[in-house]
Design a protein around this ligand. Structure first.
Ligand SMILES: [Zn+2]
Length: 164
């Protein structure tokens, strides 16, 4: 039988402590239940000059052709069509378009660089280079008791793809 109610929630990793969070699709930001930091979870499109120390979202970031961003970036998907100066981590895809100019170290699960793009920096690509839940230790971020391995439950209501 077809599912009539689409899921309204998605899983993200806290951009501060890496803890797993479940948020509503429409949520623009949430407070992390692990480290209590604010976590931005809306997609960002950067069309202008922007200089900040850190730019983090548990969603996609796109730097358009006229965008010129000076920041260290953390996101789930990164598209650079303009200029980026700063290190960037994408938990998922990263794509650098043909007229883009990137100066900084890049880490991503997968990377696409179009012919003509200029990239200066060290690239570490592949799932093993992406921060994992436990790979981002933060003082005070102790494992939650509820996060401990649970005994097989008959009806936990939770399904993981890896358990299929
Ligand atoms: Zn957190």
């Amino acid at each position: 039988m077809a599912r009539t109610t689409p899921p309204h929630e998605r899983r993200i990793l806290c951009t501060s402590c890496g803890g797993l969070l479940v948020v509503a699709h429409e949520a623009k930001s949430v407070n992390c239940s692990h480290c209590h930091q604010r976590v931005i979870c809306e997609a960002l499109t950067l069309k202008d000059y922007m200089a900040v120390r850190r730019l983090r979202t548990a969603n996609a970031i796109r730097i358009t052709k006229k965008g010129h961003v000076l920041a260290s970036i953390w996101c789930e998907k990164l598209t650079v069509e303009g200029r980026l100066k700063g290190d960037a981590i994408s938990l998922g895809r990263m794509s650098v378009s043909r007229k883009a100019e990137v100066q900084g170290d890049l880490r991503a699960k997968t990377l696409t660089i179009e012919e003509g793009a200029v990239v200066r920096g060290v690239m570490r690509i592949g799932a093993e280079h992406i921060p994992k839940h436990e790979a981002v230790p933060q003082p005070g971020a102790v494992p939650q008791p509820g996060a401990a391995p649970r005994p097989p439950a008959r009806d936990s209501g939770i399904r993981f793809a890896s358990e299929e």
